[in-house]
Design a protein around this ligand. Structure first.
Ligand SMILES: Cc1ncc(COP(=O)(O)O)c(C=O)c1O
Length: 450
């Protein structure tokens, strides 16, 4: 029998996070203050984030120690397993070896708890009483509500309205952990009310939900805001995924030719790929492929420029690939991938051609997800299935070329609370969601807000 599982022991949990900023060769473009257009300092963001988080956001230090209290939470489910997908390889008849890192074993069901634990901890020690946040599909909100419960903090979640109704059990899960959950746009904030007044049927977007969580934060002294993706500190916290994967690939006696991950804001992919990018900067030949939905093609059809992170334009301007803050993607079932922007660090590496980007349609995604479930037995989150979809393409290409190729991907979460989406797929109710209808393509072939 060939080995399928590559398991680390608890003493192998990384004790430091890896910061790619140390290896970029130049500082990444800084966030800009929207009023002055000057680089933001920590003091500009202090009303929103704890100082320790802001220091990490702006740090160029290569390794940052993980606090003991955070290690004790991570140890509840880490290290996560790395598997070789031998049955999927066989079904595809490919000479490629396919490995996947499985983050769905966390209590929240995805990678999101890796950063939620750290963010809740830093908030706790700096005196925050409640955290406000947004969530797309509900994975981030679930993770943060668990982390807030662990550290005795209140938690308010603005959940994108279409996902709120598509995934009702995510709300239940958050409620079990004591979080308050509102469909966004909501009547709880002035910004939410203004959106509803203009468009009562607005399905919501991550940009709108972020604006609502920020408004809630800024109106209360003891409340801070927390973001589940996009920012440098979130990618930093997620590097435990890639650091463990490197050790596990060594156990397997292989090194990946290509590392694949789905991208919403870029955190799970950043988490797995950045430690491999360190090798690439050191001269190693490894590809990184970011996979996004055609319904929200930020990297493949967006512009690389300074833009706000939220619809009300309250955040600092970030240099990133963006479809524009007003872009409201169709209500596809991978709610966690419906973000108009992309992590500045991922955007920079795409711009520098260190990382490739591809877009896939949700029908192909669900087809790949079901093939994966039938062969490997795990039902993937619709977001993670975007990575699988591209892995299938890479594996088929290896077959056509008759070349062995080592593929590693991040299975960022399970889909056991996404069954409505699978029902829709099986009952033929899913639509092919290609975003760029005539309304939204500008003359350069790029998507634009409508
Ligand atoms: C399971 C899963 N994977 C991926 C994502 C996308 O986010 P990110 O790009 O930050 O990893 C989400 C977002 O909600 C998610 O729930």
């Amino acid at each position: 029998m060939e080995q399928r599982q590559f398991l680390l022991s608890q003493k192998d949990i990384p004790t430091e996070w890896y910061n790619i900023c140390a290896d970029l060769g130049e500082p990444p473009p800084p966030p800009l203050h929207p009023a002055t257009m000057q680089p933001c300092g920590p003091e500009d963001l202090a009303p929103i984030f704890p100082m320790a988080i802001l220091e990490q956001e702006m740090s160029a230090q290569r390794w940052i120690k993980i606090p003991e209290e955070v290690m004790n939470i991570l140890a509840l489910w880490r290290p996560t397993p790395l598997y070789r997908a031998i049955r999927l390889e066989a079904a595809l008849g490919t000479p490629a070896k396919i490995y996947y890192k499985y983050e769905g074993t966390s209590p929240a069901g995805s990678h999101k708890l890796n950063t939620a634990a750290a963010q809740a901890y830093y908030n706790k020690i700096e005196g925050t009483k409640r955290i406000a946040t947004e969530t797309g599909a509900g994975q981030w909100g679930s993770a943060l509500s668990i982390a807030c419960k662990f550290f005795g903090l209140g938690c308010t979640v603005y959940m994108v309205k279409c996902s709120f109704y598509q995934k009702p059990y995510r709300k239940s899960l958050m409620n079990v952990f004591g979080a308050e959950v509102y469909p966004s746009p909501s009547e709880k904030t002035d910004f939410g009310k203004s959106i509803i007044a203009k468009d009562p049927d607005c399905p919501g977007s991550l940009g709108i939900a972020i604006s609502e969580a920020l408004e809630d934060t800024l109106k209360h002294d003891d409340v801070k805001y927390s973001l589940g993706s996009v920012l440098n500190h979130v990618i930093l916290h997620q590097t435990v995924i890639g650091l463990e994967s490197k050790k596990q690939m060594e156990m397997a006696g292989d090194y990946p030719d290509v590392v694949v991950g789905c991208v919403g804001g870029g955190s799970n992919f950043g988490g797995i790929v950045m430690p491999f990018m360190a090798d690439k900067y050191a001269g190693k030949n490894v590809r990184g492929v970011a996979v996004e939905p055609t319904a929200c093609p930020t990297l493949t059809k967006g512009d690389y420029k300074y833009d706000a992170g939220d619809t009300a334009r309250m955040t600092p301007l970030l240099k990133m690939y963006t479809l524009g803050t007003d872009f409201i993607p169709p209500a596809i079932h991978a709610g966690g991938l419906r973000y108009h922007g992309m992590a500045p660090l991922i955007s920079l590496l795409v711009e520098k051609k260190m990382i490739e980007a591809v877009a896939v349609d949700q029908i192909d995604v669900f087809q790949a997800a079901v093939l994966f479930a039938h062969t490997e037995g795990i039902l993937p989150a619709p977001e993670s299935a975007h990575a699988i979809c591209h892995v299938v393409t890479e594996a088929k290409r290896a077959k056509e070329e008759g070349r062995e190729r080592v593929i590693l991907f991040n299975l960022s979460g399970h889909g056991l609370l996404d069954l409505g989406a699978y029902d829709a797929y099986l009952e033929d109710r899913l639509e092919s969601a290609t975003e760029c209808d005539d309304r939204r393509v500008n003359p350069n072939g790029k998507c634009q807000a409508f």
